[in-house]
Design a protein around this ligand. Structure first.
Ligand SMILES: [Zn+2]
Length: 520
């Protein structure tokens, strides 16, 4: 900012407009608009893909040596694992059947892993490792996950595996596709495969939370439906030799939504019932403990990459493997993603050049922080600071559009159209600061707000870029001339005049800046 902080009046040198100047000005303006358009599209894309860019394809934990092939001799001959997507801990306490299983088995109060999305938490549970170390940080992880899992261990032990989901999105079935014998888009209530390890994903509870909120009657009806399904599944099992484990991947905010570290999004139930389960209740479980628990029940462990521990049985071999995984994660892993979208430094440099080439007037410069400041204030005031508010892309996009529009109107009203480029420069600097701070945050902080902020920040940058593309960059610094200005073509009266910007029609007020009482 220092390069443009002090306006330099050119005494006695007023520009003279020649046709060549006007053409040059037009070319400059068009070039600036095209540049702003490209930046706007780039920043919008970076905001959209930021979450996916956090994924790490080759996490350090893959260096851990795999344990010997499992023998498959545990207390359970068969495990059915039901994951009720988006089931809140408090809602799970209202489930009649689940409460009965709790009373007869292991009732564990657990925490979902950050970020509290389904994909990262499914992998955390199946592979026994938190997202920060697994590298799976978003639902948009591309393709199969290269981590060991309960499905892989079960297959290596000679067991059959099956994956069921009520959710038409095939992403979940593809996560461990190589280690799955059968995958069905089906309600586990209707048909439970005979496989030794059955994973059943119930998607309609989370869908109800997103559609109607987690305190709605629709949500409670979906929870009751899941409870009845769990009851029917339990009745098909022999608790003397088979085990049912019921988990949730994350909770939901009252209004629906998850991904952040809010209490209602983080607290989840884990219930283990049947062979290998004792009758007890305890806190302190984590999503990453589910895989090791299943592995010890089936006797197929340890999981190569697990940092979690079994909730039902102690196991010295698993403890040694876990120590190796933990040591590797802390030795080799860069426990952060150094992702700063390239469009941000390009915007900083580009708007610095555009601002330097523009006429420097006091009002645009003084008002340049308004857009970024108002937008940041609105993000705070409306609690738009968590992954949990971003689940519905259309709704989130409309929310951001409203906030950016309010910030832009404030900018135009107080700073005028000529202040847009300086405002974009200030915004791009602020967004750069946010992105760099986020890149240096640990991947799984206790409070994930800073991890999330680059998304709305990039959206804010995209909006101001697109606004400049639509409204223009407002002129350029004239070439030095020894002649006094004779004629200055009036600028067209556009939105700037409507927005109360009387100085817009002045071609160049360099030199007026020092005039006493200048308040434009
Ligand atoms: Zn969801």
């Amino acid at each position: 900012m220092s390069g443009m902080a002090a306006p330099v009046p050119r005494e006695g040198t007023r520009a003279r407009s020649t046709p060549r100047d006007m053409i040059g000005q037009r070319v400059h303006s068009l070039g600036g608009r095209a540049f702003a358009l490209a930046l706007g599209v780039g920043a919008a894309y970076a905001a959209f893909s930021y979450e996916t860019e956090l994924n790490v394809r080759r996490p350090a934990v893959l260096r851990v040596l795999a344990p010997p092939a499992p023998r498959g001799r545990g207390p359970a001959a068969r495990v059915v694992w039901v994951l009720v997507d988006g089931l809140r801990l408090d809602a799970s306490r209202q489930m009649t059947v689940l409460n009965r299983l709790r009373a007869e088995g292991e009732d564990i109060l657990a925490r979902a892993e950050f970020p509290t999305f389904s994909g990262p938490n499914f992998v955390a549970q199946a592979s026994g490792i938190e997202p920060a170390a697994s590298g799976v940080l978003s639902n948009r992880y591309p393709g199969e996950v290269p981590l060991d899992s309960v499905f892989q261990r079960a297959k290596l032990a000679g067991f059959r595996t099956a994956v069921l989901t009520t959710d038409p999105d095939q992403g979940l079935s593809e996560t461990y596709a190589s280690w799955t014998d059968e995958a069905h888009l089906e309600d586990p209530d209707l048909h439970l495969p005979a496989a030794d390890l059955v994973f059943a994903h119930v998607g309609y509870v989370d869908a109800a939370a997103h559609a109607s909120g987690a305190t709605s009657s629709a949500y409670h009806a979906a929870v009751a439906r899941a409870d009845a399904a769990i009851g029917r599944i339990a009745r098909t099992l022999d608790p003397g030799r088979e085990t049912l484990i019921v988990t949730s991947d994350h909770g939901n905010l009252d209004q629906g939504g998850h991904g952040g570290s809010e209490r209602t999004a983080v607290r989840i139930p884990i219930v283990v019932w049947g062979a290998g389960a004792e009758t007890r209740r305890r806190p302190g479980g984590r999503g990453r403990d589910v895989g090791p628990t299943i592995a010890s029940l089936l006797g197929i462990g340890p999981l190569s990459h697990a940092t979690g521990r079994s909730l039902v049985l102690g196991d010295a071999v698993a403890a040694r493997q876990r120590a190796r995984a933990r040591a590797t994660v802390s030795t080799f892993a860069t426990l952060r993603v150094d992702h700063v979208p390239l469009v941000i430094p390009i915007a900083v440099i580009g708007f610095f050049i555009l601002a330097a080439r523009s006429r420097r007037r006091r009002r645009p410069l003084l008002t340049s922080p308004i857009y970024a400041g108002v937008f940041a204030g609105l993000l705070l005031a409306t609690h738009t600071l968590s992954f949990s508010v971003s689940n519905d892309s259309a709704f989130f996009g409309a929310r951001l559009l409203t906030l950016t529009t309010l910030a832009a109107l404030s900018q135009l009203h107080l700073g005028g159209r000529a202040s847009l480029v300086p405002a974009a420069l200030v915004t791009s600097l602020a967004v750069l600061g946010v992105a760099v701070a986020a890149a240096h945050q640990p991947l799984a902080p206790a409070d994930g707000t800073v991890r999330f902020l680059p998304i709305p920040a990039l959206a804010g940058l995209a909006f101001v870029c697109l606004l400049i593309a639509a409204m223009g960059t407002r002129g350029r610094r004239r070439r030095r001339s020894t002649l006094r200005a004779e004629a200055t073509p009036p600028a067209p009266a556009g939105l700037g005049r409507l927005l109360g910007e009387p100085d817009l029609v002045e071609a160049s007020d360099v030199g007026r800046l020092e005039r006493p009482g200048y308040t434009a």
